[in-house]
Design a protein around this ligand. Structure first.
Ligand code: GDD
Ligand code: MN
Length: 393
């Protein structure tokens, strides 16, 4: 059985939408041979199990369950690369995208020989539906930001509803950032000018079951995506975030210090020490939940992480003062001397904490793997010994 079309549906907590979307696709895609791939990030509501139950009755439905991973864009990328047909449609699983335009999208892709067909809410015949006014504004703002430097005119780059030719996708897949929610934008900014794009209008529906995952972190990821697309070759996105947290920390430090001096009557030295301590904790918490949210430390590791973070940054600050002092003593203007010290500290703090506080925890999985290997080797040795003793008997 070969398929004409694969539908990739990223899911996080969509168990109530799984069965309705499969029914709707069946209705909309009569006469088309298609498969449905749910890419689920280990949803606590059991979405993956709901798909597996459905798959018992539908041989063209399956789930790709990711463990320890989160992210709409990266889920789509993995779904597309796991598809078994030459054309893949990506759509939300929450019934907000209008599946009835899929045959038209497929026809356009084939007949006009396109690489990408986008479901658009912003061309004649399309609409944002009853989207809340603030979401409409946010979407327009995102759109204006997004197409800076893009080689393509696109009426709805924020859409998550599109059809792509897999052979084309494979050509730029390695350039994708895979960050955040906006996979279509990622594609358009990664693919280069040769991409042939078409658009088909649709009306955005209201969500009926479950809730949207759009939150402040998703907004931040959008910003990260843009930074990565425009500066990714020059500077690491995580470093940009780390630097921003640090800069925020400097501002908060000055506020706390001035309050302590004015209202608490502390001496400068005590006030400075107290403010440094508070800001260090604040920076750790912010970096842990924003910059390194994918490796977030919890429980015991949160506290040990706080200690290594404070040690690393304490050394960084000491070095900062020493370097800036030395530069100043040698006649470097004070602003330049201060900035040199700060830059050194930023690079040091980032580098050291990335290798200690938030190092990728491979030790535990490696330990398990080694135990497995050792157990296997023991087993083989025992079998070998048994053979030898059998021979000598
Ligand atoms: N695998 C996976 N992992 N799926 C996710 C994740 C995740 O971390 N976060 C969200 N999803 C899935 C949801 O389950 C849903 O099927 C789809 O992605 C869209 O998520 P929503 O939470 O419903 O997002 P939304 O409606 O606010 O945002 C959508 O807005 C655009 C229109 O402006 C985006 O998802 C776009 O795709 C959509 O076109
Ligand atoms: Mn939605």
């Amino acid at each position: 059985m070969t398929y004409d079309l694969s539908i990739v549906l990223p899911t996080f907590n969509e168990s109530a939408n799984v069965s309705p979307i499969v029914d709707r696709l069946e209705h909309a895609l009569q006469g088309i041979r298609y498969e449905v791939i749910f890419v689920d990030d280990d949803s606590p509501d059991g979405t993956a199990d709901a798909v597996r139950r459905l798959a018992e009755r539908h041989e063209n439905v399956r789930v790709l369950q990711r463990i320890g991973r989160r992210g709409l864009a990266s889920a789509c990328i993995e779904g597309i690369l796991g598809a078994a047909s030459p054309c893949v449609a990506v759509m939300d699983a929450d019934l907000q995208h209008d599946e009835t335009i899929l045959p038209e999208m497929l026809r356009r892709l084939r007949e006009d020989n396109l690489d990408l067909v986008v479901g658009s809410r912003h061309i004649a015949g399309g609409s944002m539906g009853e989207f809340a006014a603030w979401r409409v504004k946010l979407s327009h703002l995102g759109k204006r930001l997004s197409l800076m430097g893009a080689e393509h005119e696109l009426s709805d780059p924020m859409s998550g509803f599109f059809l792509v030719r897999v052979s084309t996708f494979e050509q730029f897949a390695h350039r994708l950032s895979g960050i955040g929610f906006k996979i279509l934008l990622d594609i358009v900014l990664s693919a280069g000018p040769a991409l042939r794009i078409g658009e088909v209008p649709y009306r955005f529906r209201q969500r009926e079951h479950g809730e949207s995952k759009l939150d402040i972190l998703v907004g931040l990821e959008y910003f990260e995506l843009l930074v990565d697309k425009h500066l990714g070759d020059v500077v690491n996105v995580r470093f940009v975030l780390f630097g921003m947290v640090g800069a925020l920390g400097v501002g908060v430090h000055l506020l706390i210090l001035s309050a302590l001096l004015r209202f608490a009557g502390l001496t400068f030295a005590t006030g400075q020490a107290v403010a440094t301590f508070i800001v260090m904790i604040l920076n750790f918490v912010l970096n842990n939940s924003v910059t390194y949210r994918d490796r977030r430390l919890r429980g015991f590791r949160f506290w040990s992480g706080l200690i290594t973070f404070c040690l690393a940054c304490g050394l960084g600050v000491a070095a900062n003062v020493a370097i800036a002092n030395e530069a100043f003593r040698r006649g470097v203007p004070w602003v330049l001397a201060a900035l040199t010290g700060l830059l050194f500290t930023a690079v040091w703090n980032f580098g050291v904490t990335s290798m200690t506080t938030w190092r990728q925890e491979r030790r535990s999985s490696e330990k398990r793997a080694r135990q497995r290997m050792e157990a296997g080797a023991m087993h083989e040795k025992r079998q070998g010994d048994e053979k030898i003793s059998a021979k000598t008997m």
